[in-house]
Design a protein around this ligand. Sequence first.
Ligand code: A3P
Length: 317
Amino acid sequence: SIKMVERSYQRYREIISTLPQEKGWIAENLRLYEGFWYQPMHGLAGAMFAQEHFQARPDDVLLISTPKSGTTWLKAIIFAIMKRTCYTSCTHPLLTTNPHDCVPSFESVLFGKPPVADVDNLPSLRIFATHTPYSSLSKPILDSGCKIVYVCRDPKDVLISMWYFLAKMRSKELPPLSLEEAFDLFSRGIVGFGPFWDHVQGYWKASLECPERIFFITYEEMKRGTFLKVKRLAEFLGQPFSMEEERERVVEEIIELCSFGKLRNLEVNKNVPRNIPHLKNDAFFRKGEVGDWRNYLTPQMVERLDQITNEKLPGLF
Ligand code: A3P
């Protein structure tokens, strides 16, 4: 009920106000909760609500990511794989709906006020997204046996992507955040759902222990071997492509529908405002390339980021 939600959020506000804080990228300070940094009202209250109230089902699919790592792309691909028998190529929801509205996320949407969906009454197979770190996943999620797809990306590209993205959302009363400051915060782990490296480490380890539950992939691998990865993903999701589908080029169609060029040029993904201040759908489609960091980072910055990556995630990117 609304009352219960109100009371919960009141309680979260009280807890949040006692948590350690650091300078944020947008306006509000970030808060440290269970070892990770959150935007208090955008991210943390929703995450706390989900931790307490989300009833996972064994046939749920969770897309989990570090922000700016290909969430939008993977949302589209998973949605297109799982709903491929429901739509023809001209009535497909992805042509008229932003991927973030096809696959809603826990933190800001599902348990937002007011919630946009009655989560418990959604029909199976549900697909949700979240940035929740592995160590903060609730017991019902871990016990449900639901499938988890995890995507991450070279932190050098994540930093640049994040810097551009959050600049749009940053309070206009503040001076722009310089790349030097952004680098400093990011490399110290102070960024939404950071430290980046701890986030990835949690899911990497878990996926090695339990590959049938967690499909771990990087943005770079998706780019390099899209066709094979989309097929693997469909198998993992329990919906492998049949020989007939392959002959009919269903895999290629899905890849094309979800491609950066295709999605970015749809009307719905252009100037359409979201329910977050200053944010329009086009903010999710910037360049869509691997290695854009080369145009921005100094050799010192690169060295520092690579050093942390080699230490915490050796051989991953
Ligand atoms: P860049 O800022 O480097 O261009 P997220 O979806 O997790 O917020 O990540 C955003 C990044 O994914 C952005 O990277 C964005 O351009 C890129 N992206 C969005 N849609 C994509 C797609 N369909 N294919 C490849 N990359 C995509």
